[in-house]
Design a protein around this ligand. Sequence first.
Ligand code: DAH
Length: 358
Amino acid sequence: MAIVASGISLAFDIELRVIMDDVQSVRQHLLDKLKSLEEKKTILRAPELRDLYNKVKDQPEDKRAEFGQAINNLKKELEDLVGQSSDSNSVLSDIDVTAPMDINSPIPQLIPTENGTTHPITQETEKIAEIFYRMGFEVSESREIDDDYHMFTSLNFPENHPARDDYDTFITEEGLIAPAHTSTMQNRIISARKHLLEEGENIAVLAMDRVFRNEDLDARHEHTFTQHEGILVGKDITVGNLVATLKLFFTTYYEEDIEVKITPFYFPFTEPSFEFSLSCPFCSDGEDCRVCSGERWIEMLGCGMIHPNVLRMAGVDPIKYSGFAWGGGVERLVMIKHNIEDIRHFNSGKLKFLRQFK
Ligand code: DAH
């Protein structure tokens, strides 16, 4: 190991010597040239000198400063010889604006970070990812720009079906979509891993990212928020597996023994579809509970058994395999955990809000 390391540094030293030899030979050449020049000051415009400056950017990053310094020294020497200082009308400017900053000036200190913190949503997405990772889920990201196929068609939304209106979002004239949910990843995730099913494995993936909606904004609605989307496909997967998986997640996340319930709902991409609710983890105050207003249940996310058409479009035979999926807001989870009353705080950038999560 030591031999390899010293071998590398030897190679670097040789490299630097070659670069410096370059400066030395140009220096010698220019000093000779100066002797025969009538107009001595023109030496400062010598193409050989300019070529040296142009070579700075091609040097290994850790050698640039030294190389740049050697050229500056040579230029200064020539200026002294011809009696022109660089702050008069020198042809080569003092600052090479094309050079990396360490040539012209020392690298500035990084801004102190003692007062900084990761955003609460970043902190919580990491916790959520960690819990599902331990449960055997692969964790991935969603996309923040997508197309009609992944937003609607691959999720079994018939063309012109009114269910599309529930996902009103931002669309460019070219048809690119700022996705309104992370379910856009279902087709990609399942079709890229369908070989696992033939190998007897399950597909288990969690995807998280920001989503976008055309909303009337209030304390509970934002145009930009974060979703966590879970997908599990395998043999003989049932609603029981879905409920048990989510119950384990919420119990771990809130560190409370939590009861859950599912109520029938409609999504085009699941059959059957449910709304998933939790018994309020903060309900010790009974009717005065600020989180659930005494309802005892908090509706958390949408879920269901993946629709056979969605599996088929991803290349999976719904007769052989089944699966469940869910999608829910991360802000919602965090608001409940920390008793945050307005979702708009998250994107506000208010330091007073953010510093509470240090
Ligand atoms: N995508 C739905 C939404 O944002 C939530 C959802 C429901 C996701 C059911 C799912 C699902 O994966 O199976 O409203």
